[in-house]
Each structure stands twice: as structure tokens, then as C-alpha cells.
Design a protein around this ligand. Sequence first.
Ligand SMILES: Cc1ncc(COP(=O)(O)O)c(C=O)c1O
Length: 387
Amino acid sequence: MTMHDGEGTVSAWQGATQVVRAGLPPKTAGTPYLPGPVFAAPYHAPGDPSLTPYTYGRFHNPSWTHYEAALAELEGGPCLLFPSGMAATAAVLATMVPPGGTLVMPQECYYTTRVIASQPFDGAWFASQGIRVIMAPTAGDGLLRALEAQGDRGVSLLWLETPTNPGLDVCDIAALAARAHELGALVAVDNTTATPLLQKPLALGADLCVVSDTKAMTGHADLVLGHVAARDPKHHEALRLWRTRMGVIPGPMEAWLAHRSLGTLHVRLMQQCRTALAVAEFLETCEAVTHVRYPGLHTDPSHAIASKQMTAYGSVVSFELPSAHAVERFFAQSQLVYEATSFGGLHTSAERRARWGGDVVSEGFVRMSVGLEDVHDLIADLAVALG
Ligand SMILES: Cc1ncc(COP(=O)(O)O)c(C=O)c1O
């Protein structure tokens, strides 16, 4: 991927370089590499407002601009920042599926995405717009068949999430995007578990890519943020208007913190991927553990497709223990695994997913997010906790 450096030259940079340098302003003597967060509601804006880059805090902000420029380099298309992954998801669903349209989505994608699309609740956007929502499995050809079964009624948007949270199923983005386009549907991918460092949905043919930057993108478990990348400038503009007019805007501090954290994404996530594979391999040897899922395992049903479209397999591993009680015992005996929701951060954490309801998982299903602790310490801790 090509990009401009601070002096305006163009260079082909690897992901490791991109995350460190992308979005930084030109080198100017006496200025910081990354300017601090800009806190402003109105800006000085005399006369014609179109001649001023910044006018009002709900419209634009320099801290968003820098981080969005960095994200655009990673994603391969212009990006918009949102105050959470769900704000980014809702913006895409609300602007890309017209009233009376059809949405096809995975039946095991992130719980809240399914909820806002399908469950009527007060003021539910989809229910009130007469939108049909069709759910199908991510693994196998369920999404393809759901897409094709709509015939003349057509599909407005095919929503994908790969690997899925929490089941870690994958689907073939390029194949599904090609068929969806033949049938006139747009394609959006929730790329949260992979991040644009490991998987590039726009390059694989998707129209839109949604990410919760709350997770590995920022990685320090200290902020909530999301973004959308769009291939088509008219989709980017529709999303920008949605953000501006609905007022779903991120805070400048979060944008700055995210950009600061992006610089270590490559070292963090690649190390997490290495440790996650070692943890998954270890879990497979544990007597009490069944159904270990990690797309990086050669034996995993997701491995072949994940290897085609991902450069590494992420920080999330899932497995099953015989009961809810066995999971409680696991947490009680572990020193290193925090019992917490979310994933992608530098602290190893896990949760018994069934405690929330909503996902079709067993009582003993555990989603684990592998962090940056020493791999030997972590495996020793898991051996005690699962012993
Ligand atoms: C796959 C996926 N998409 C979207 C979201 C929503 O992100 P946020 O919590 O930043 O709103 C999550 C949160 O867990 C997620 O796991």
C-alpha cells in the first residue's frame, strides 16, 4: 500500500511501519510528532465557512482527522470515527438498508448487532422501517444460500463478521462479496476480531468495513471507539452526514489516545497471535477442555479460509469446560486470567459467555482474549487453573 510521508514523498510501507507513521502530520520544526487532542466546540471562522477547515466541534475535529487518516492507510479507503463500535455498526445499518429493504446477516455475529437489527424494542430502527432481516450461519454456504434465495426481492446489504465473536467461525469475504455484487447487494464486514492489520475487507471486495476500536486497535482496555471504512465516496458522505446530523461523534481525547495506541498495534497483536496459538495448542492437550477453537490451528474448521484472507489469526481463543461450575473454578484458580468481557487488550481475560444469554453456546463455553503476558507464565497459570 502506498502512502505519503511527512515530506510528501510516496513509499510502500509494511503494516508495522504504517501503524507507527500513518496519519502523522508533516515534519515541522518545533511541533510534536502527533499533536495533542484539540478540545474545541466553535473555532474562529470568519466569513465564508467553507474556507475554514474547522468550524464546529460536531462537524470535524483535528484529532479525528489525524486518526482517520491513519486508519484510511490501513483500511485502503477513507474512514470515519464513531464513539463506539456499535455507533459505527448502527450508522452503516441505518444508512445502507433502505425502508422495506432486506438485510442478510450471520446468525452468530456479535450479539448487540443482531439485537439492533432484529429485535423490536421501543424506537427500533429496523422494525419501524419494515426491513426484512434474514440470518444464516457463517460457516459453510448458509450466507450464500440466504443471499441467492431472495431472488427478485433482492438484498440491500450482506453483513459479515469474520472471525465471528465468540464462535470464531469464518466466511470467504471475496467469494461472498463477488456473488453479492452480482445480485446487487452491498457488503459490509465487521472486522473487529481481525483488525485491518490482519485482514483487509475492502481489498477483498467489501464495500464497507466496521471495526470496534475498543478492542485490539487500541489494546489498552481504556477507551470505547469505532470506525467505518467505505470504498465508495458516496457511502462515506452518507455516513459522514449521519454522524454530523445525528451527533454520534467521538471525543477528541479518545481519538488522540487511539492514534497514540495504534503505533504499537503491530508489536502487540503479532505477539498476541503467537501466544494465542501456543495457548490453543496447550488447551488441546488438557483433559478437561473440549472444542478448542482458534483459526490458526491447522485442525480448526476455520483454518483454510482464514489462511486465505488473514495474515495472522488474532488474539481470541475459545474452548469448552464441562459446566458453568468448572468455569467458575477455572477463574478462581487462575492468577493471570481476568474475568471480564471484551477482547484484544494487553491483559489476558476470559468470560463464560453464556452468563449474558443471547449466544448459542454451552454453559461451559469460554471466550478467552490472549494478552501480552509471557507465554510460559500464561501456560503455567492455565495448567494450574485447569488442573
Ligand atoms: C465483533 C464486535 N463488533 C462490534 C462490537 C461493538 O463494539 P463497542 O463495544 O465498541 O460498541 C463488539 C463489542 O464487543 C464486537 O465484539
